[in-house]
Design a binder for this molecule. Structure first.
Ligand SMILES: Nc1ncnc2c1ncn2[C@@H]1O[C@H](COP(=O)(O)OP(=O)(O)O)[C@@H](O)[C@H]1O
Ligand SMILES: [Mg+2]
Length: 319
C-alpha cells in the first residue's frame, strides 16, 4: 500500500484505528489489520494483548525476517520518542527495537520477534523451573537491566509477561520502550502493574533503578513460589500490600532453599530504597553465589523446559 499524499495516510489511519478499537473492545482475533500504513510488513497473527494495545506477528519483506509489531493508542508521542532512544540499546537479553512511528491516533513499534514463552508460564505452581534455572534466568535478566541502567534507561514495568524465554532458553526483556529515561523525570501516569511496582512508584514518585530492582525481586519470588509476592483481591488491596506488607515467607521450598533465597528476596523487595540492592549487578552476584548450592536441593525435575535437562546432567555429574 502506498499513499499519494498525507491525507490518504491519515484516512487509512483513522479507518484502521476504528477497527483497532473494535478489536480491543470485542477481544476479536479474526481481523488482521495493517496499522503501519505501508506494505512492507505482512501481518500474520495477534501474539497477545496488553493494557495499551495489541502485539502482532508480521513478516518484514525488506529485511526478510519476522518481527513483532506493538500497536498502542496511549501516550503516543512519548511512547515513540522513547522507543527511538531505547532502540539504540543492543544487548543479548533485551528485545531489539527496529523502528517506531505514530499516526494521529495510535503508535506502533517494530521489534525483534521472539519465539518462546513469557515468564508467566513458569510462574505457575504446576510448571515451575528448577531453582538452578530460575537463578540463571534471573542473572541474565539482571545483566540486561543493568545494561539499560548504565545507559540511562529505567524499565519501569518489569513483570513476568515482559520477559520471554526464547527457544535457546535465553531471557529477552521486552517493553523497555515504555520506560522513562533516567534524566527525564516526567512520569507518564499509572500504567505499570501494581503487583510488581515499587512502593515509591505507587506513592507517585518517579521510577528509579531501585524500583526496577524491587520488581526483579517480585519476579524472582514468583518464579520460586508460583504465586505473586504481592496480590490483593483488586488493584487497591494489592497497592496496600506493596506499600505496607512483606511478601509471605517462601513456603514451597525446603528450609535450606528458603535460607538461600529469603535474604535475597528481602533485600530486593525492601520498602526502604536504602536497604535495597544498589545495583542489578549486586543482585546477580548474590544469585550466582547461591547457584553452586542449589542443585542438591532440587527435588523434582519437571519436563517444562530444555534447561531442566541441562540441570539433570549437571546434577548427575555433580558439578
Ligand atoms: N517481541 C515480541 N515477540 C514475541 N511476542 C511478543 C513480543 N512482545 C510481546 N509479545 C507477546 O505479546 C503479549 C502482549 O504484550 P503486551 O501488549 O506488552 O502486554 P503484556 O506485557 O501486559 O503481556 C505478550 O504477553 C507476549 O506474549
Ligand atoms: Mg509487554
Amino acid at each position: 500500500m502506498t499513499y499519494a499524499n498525507g491525507n490518504d495516510f491519515e484516512e487509512h489511519n483513522r479507518t484502521v484505528f476504528d477497527l483497532f478499537k473494535k478489536m480491543v473492545v470485542k477481544n476479536s482475533d479474526d481481523i488482521c489489520l495493517n496499522p503501519t500504513g505501508d506494505d512492507r510488513y505482512k501481518f500474520n497473527r495477534i501474539l497477545g494483548r496488553g493494557a495499551t494495545g495489541l502485539v502482532y506477528k508480521a513478516w518484514d519483506k525488506v529485511e526478510k525476517r519476522h518481527v513483532a509489531v506493538k500497536v498502542s493508542n496511549k501516550g503516543v508521542d512519548r511512547f515513540v520518542s522513547e522507543t527511538k532512544l531505547v532502540g539504540k540499546l543492543t544487548h543479548d537479553n533485551i528485545v531489539s527495537i527496529y523502528d517506531s512511528n505514530s499516526g494521529p491516533e495510535f503508535s506502533y513499534i517494530i521489534m525483534e520477534y521472539i519465539e518462546g514463552d513469557t515468564l508467566d508460564v513458569f510462574c505457575d505452581i504446576k510448571n515451575l523451573l528448577s531453582l538452578t534455572r530460575v537463578s540463571e534466568v534471573m542473572i541474565d535478566i539482571c545483566k540486561g537491566i543493568h545494561f539499560a541502567h548504565d545507559n540511562g534507561v529505567i524499565h519501569r514495568d518489569i513483570k513476568p509477561s515482559n520477559i520471554i524465554l526464547n527457544k535457546q532458553g535465553i531471557p529477552k526483556i521486552t517493553d523497555l520502550g515504555l520506560s522513562l529515561m533516567i534524566n527525564g523525570t516526567q512520569p507518564m501516569g499509572f500504567w505499570g502493574t501494581p503487583s510488581y511496582m515499587s512502593p515509591e512508584q505507587l506513592k507517585g514518585f518517579a521510577a528509579t533503578k531501585a524500583s526496577d530492582i524491587f520488581s526483579l525481586g517480585c519476579v524472582l519470588y514468583e518464579l520460586i513460589e508460583g504465586r505473586k509476592a504481592f496480590e490483593g483481591e483488586n488493584p487497591y488491596t494489592t497497592l496496600y500490600k506493596v506499600i505496607n506488607e512483606k511478601p509471605a515467607p517462601l513456603s514451597t521450598q525446603s528450609l535450606p532453599v528458603q535460607a538461600i533465597f529469603q535474604p535475597i528476596i528481602k533485600k530486593a523487595t525492601a520498602k526502604n530504597v536504602e536497604e535495597r540492592y544498589e545495583s542489578c549487578r549486586e543482585l546477580a552476584y548474590d544469585l550466582s553465589k547461591a547457584l553452586p548450592h542449589l542443585s542438591r536441593f532440587e527435588k523434582v525435575y519437571k519436563k517444562t523446559f530444555l534447561g531442566t535437562i541441562k540441570d539433570c546432567i549437571r546434577e548427575g555429574l555433580n558439578i
